[in-house]
Design a protein around this ligand. Structure first.
Ligand SMILES: Cc1ncc(COP(=O)(O)O)c(C=O)c1O
Length: 419
């Protein structure tokens, strides 16, 4: 027998094993100062490319005022209890109605957290006879929701409609045997690489196969589509999405999330969604703040226009300098480089310390060995100067990566970080 804690101390997990080298710098870095395009890191100003405040609402003076006023009026506690028991208010209902209208669905229901809400919604939608078919590169919240599923599940190759169809054939045979149905789950926008889920092609398969479609549109909500209603609107298939999920943690620059769909289905979920039934309701300042954010998202298209101006300038600038930005079709901007993990660390340190550019770094095992992914999130707050400075810095660090500077520096980096 082994002590649970002894095992944990021995094996710190895929990310935890990097803690001694990376904590406080690459993992759990502290960005300080007001939310925005330029913040402080380790006491120095940096251009920030790693926060999902797409529309720049996070530090907007009107938002700050509504948040503060609501906190003053209601405090952070009210309402107490789960929605079902004692945590229900007119404002929660109003927000749900407005969200449903905005994403063109009959009804919506609030979730305290996107991640937990997704897990719980998947759990509530299916029983052991049902079959789940989902994209192999789905976000952790989808994977973890599927883990709770007692029945069959199939993955299809990332954004590969042929593979989806093959799996729908298998799932149909399976569901015929069990007497269950099929739930297909994808993301509207894949948050790491920036591709849109192929919603149009997926819904076209509804003509041939019987399934319901659940779309996690965390990154699409507020950024895609004519009105900002997301990837479904962008691709003209919002009405074919059976359950739509959006979070407040990105474009809305807050916390919380929602699901939207047909009235009867949302009604069912209200009574069966364990993450909401057994958890305290969202506090009033979050709800009042979300109403204000939604209002601004709807009534200020200039925020989304500016966001896209920046996205285009950044992505075109990177492409014209020969950077590989993969297959992004959204604001999420990945830059792929070749190098080892120590080289990636030295490179990011150089970017932050010497060029004042702060972006997230993704390495193996999230992406294949030998690849470095610098993930950038443009926002409406960025300026052309931020973009120019960043492009310049990227050209320099690429040269250094290619001429072996970071190979030599990587040993020194680990040393400087107290190894
Ligand atoms: C695709 C996707 N789904 C769900 C979530 C979880 O949302 P939340 O931060 O509201 O828990 C995220 C956030 O990282 C996400 O990127």
């Amino acid at each position: 027998m082994k002590d649970v804690f002894a095992r944990i101390i021995e094996n710190k997990g895929p990310l935890g094993k990097w803690a001694s080298q990376a904590e406080g710098y690459f993992i759990f870095p502290k960005l300080e100062g007001e939310l925005g395009n330029r913040m402080k890191f380790n006491g120095k100003e940096v251009i920030v490319w790693s926060i999902n405040d797409y529309l720049g609402l996070g530090n907007h003076p009107e938002i700050r005022k509504v948040d503060a006023d609501a906190a003053k009026e209601y405090g952070m506690a009210y309402p107490m209890g789960a929605r079902m028991m004692s945590g229900h208010t007119d404002l929660h209902e109003q927000l749900e109605q407005e969200l449903a209208e905005f994403v063109d669905k009959e009804s919506a229901y609030l979730l305290n957290f996107g991640y937990q809400g997704m897990v719980s919604t998947i759990d509530a939608l299916v029983n052991k006879n049902d079959v789940i078919v989902y994209d192999v590169d789905a976000h952790a919240c989808i994977i973890d929701g599927v883990r709770l599923h007692m029945g069959k599940r199939f993955t299809y190759k990332h954004n590969d409609v042929e593979s989806l169809e093959k799996n729908l054939e298998r799932a149909t045979k399976m569901a015929d045997l069990t007497g269950g149905g099929i739930l297909v789950i994808t993301e509207g926008v894949f948050g790491m690489r920036g591709e849109q889920g192929k919603l149009k092609e997926i819904v076209a398969l509804k003509k041939k196969y019987d399934f319901r479609l659940f779309v996690d549109d965390a990154h699409g909500f507020g950024t895609l589509g004519k009105t900002g209603a997301g990837a479904g609107e962008e691709q003209g298939v919002q009405d074919q999405i059976d359950i739509y999920f959006g979070t407040f943690a990105k474009s809305m620059a807050s916390i919380g999330a929602f699901i939207a769909g047909d009235k009867d289905i949302i009604q069912y979920l209200k009574y069966n969604l364990r993450s909401q039934m057994f958890a305290k309701s969202l506090p009033m300042p979050i709800v009042a703040g979300a109403l204000k954010r939604l209002d601004m998202l709807r009534s200020m298209p200039e925020l989304k226009n500016k966001l896209w101006e920046n996205v285009n300038a950044l992505q075109n600038g990177l492409k014209s300098r020969g950077f590989d930005i993969g297959t992004t079709q959204t604001c999420v901007t990945p830059v792929y480089l070749q190098g080892s993990i120590p080289e990636a660390m030295a490179l990011v340190k150089d970017l932050r310390e010497n060029y004042g550019v702060f972006c997230s770094i993704v390495v193996y095992p999230v992406i294949p060995k030998g690849l470095i992914l610098l993930r950038m999130i443009p926002t409406s707050r960025h300026t052309m100067q931020d973009i120019e400075e960043t492009l310049e810095a990227f050209s320099i660090i690429r040269d250094r990566l290619e001429n072996g500077t970071y190979k030599r520096l990587s040993a020194a980096v680990t040393e400087a970080m107290g190894e």
